[in-house]
Design a protein around this ligand. Structure first.
Ligand code: FEO
Length: 392
């Protein structure tokens, strides 16, 4: 890998990590990821924008071959996948100053050893000149840590939003173009790390949209050479209404809950509601995430095991609570052997999603005609709710 030109004197110099399987011990990375670092060579000064996971430092240094002097290392975000190489780079480039916001300085110094005299704090709205290029700093907290900054070079119309707008993959072509796989991955990434904070951070999207942008250079995944595509998608994901879609996420030990889930799917589709049916056994989180910006209804299905809801259903309810999907309505379905109470109490897991719980269908053992009738009635209710919400 060597550096890739984005605009005159602006280069991608990061590292691809196609073999990484998981991020934060939680998010599956089916196509790996990248740690994007950018070299910006002004007429007077040179800046390196973000760094890489420390184990990829040698890749970054190889991409910087021939660069004699780095005047500034810009840190947007203290998380180690971007900042972890900073201490070693400051040793390698002894004249370099680390540029960051005050909040980021504090978090960086909590996480690693960086002496005060190597850091130059920049204010929100502050500008640092490289000669014919200017790095403009914007404080954009909670995308996705409280210290995060975004930078913009107005002379080149290039935005560096760090994790915001990013995606996890390591495709050969660093430019996104119209590639649907990039935007599918960006959506899953958004749900897994950004959606939780979207109410607080949509205003940052407005600040970005007010800029004249030719390239968006995030810290993971593709460089957006058609920036309007990802900006429009973020507008939809952050502020748009959910769709006429019900997610049925279920776990079934002996097939009864599965039968109920499949019956409900057919009943909803008959009533004009689209359905995403997801068996939670072995389901990667990113595949669940892909529908959480869209589904207006979430139906959690579980069997009862160890006198409790199935652990996968509990785990999913916890994740939904943390991820804060857009769903307006929720319901519970499931089958039990001899202890119905875990399913009867399952709705207690739902209100913290801030949804209206519209029903529960609980069957003893194999679901009979009565349970199927109740599922049909639940489908009627969900379709009516979607209609009343203007979605159907
Ligand atoms: Fe890619 Fe929040 O670090």
């Amino acid at each position: 890998m060597s550096k890739i030109a984005i605009k005159k004197d602006i280069f991608w110099v990061g590292a691809k990590d196609p073999d990484r399987k998981v991020f934060d011990g939680l998010m599956p990375l089916p196509q790996g990821t990248t740690y994007n670092s950018y070299l910006v060579q002004g007429s007077e000064k040179t800046a390196l924008i973000d760094t890489v996971e420390p184990e990829f430092l040698e890749v970054l240094l190889a991409n910087l071959e021939g660069v004699k002097k780095i005047d500034y290392i810009v840190s947007h975000h203290a998380e180690q996948d971007h900042s972890g190489s900073i201490p070693l780079l400051l040793k390698k480039y002894p004249e370099a100053k680390l540029l960051c916001l005050q909040k980021n300085k504090e978090m960086l110094q909590d996480l690693m050893t960086i002496p005060d005299d190597r850091i130059q704090v920049v204010a929100d709205g502050g500008e640092v000149s490289l000669g014919n290029k200017t790095i403009c700093f914007m404080f954009c907290p909670w995308v996705h840590w409280p210290e995060t900054a975004i930078t913009y070079i107005p002379e080149d119309k290039v935005l560096f939003p760090c994790d915001f707008l990013g995606s996890h993959h390591s495709f050969t072509n660093i430019f996104a173009g119209d590639n649907p796989a990039v935007y599918k991955g960006a959506k899953e990434y958004y749900v897994q790390i950004m959606m939780l904070y979207s109410k607080m951070t949509a205003k940052h999207l407005d600040r970005i949209k007010a800029l004249d942008i030719e390239y968006i250079c995030p810290s993971h995944g593709s460089v957006y050479d058609k920036p309007q595509i990802i900006l429009d998608l973020y507008e939809k994901w952050m502020r748009g209404e959910p769709e006429n879609l019900a997610l049925i996420a279920y776990v079934s030990t002996h097939g009864s809950t599965k039968l109920m889930a499949e019956h409900l799917k057919a009943a909803l589709e008959k009533r004009g509601v689209k359905v995403a049916l997801k068996d939670l056994i072995g389901l990667p989180l990113n595949e669940l995430a892909g529908v959480l910006t869209d589904a207006a209804t979430i139906v959690l299905g579980s069997s009862v095991i160890m006198a409790a809801l199935h652990p996968l259903a509990v785990y999913t309810a916890f994740l939904l609570d943390r991820l804060k999907p857009k769903a307006k309505f929720a319901a519970v379905i499931g089958s039990y052997g001899w202890s119905p109470n875990p399913l009867k109490n399952a709705a207690e897991l739902l209100p913290s999603w801030k949804v209206e719980v519209v029903g529960a269908v609980i069957a003893k053992g194999h679901p009979g005609a009565e349970a199927m009738k109740e599922l049909d009635a639940l489908a009627d209710t969900i379709a009516a709710k979607h209609r009343a919400a203007g979605l159907l």
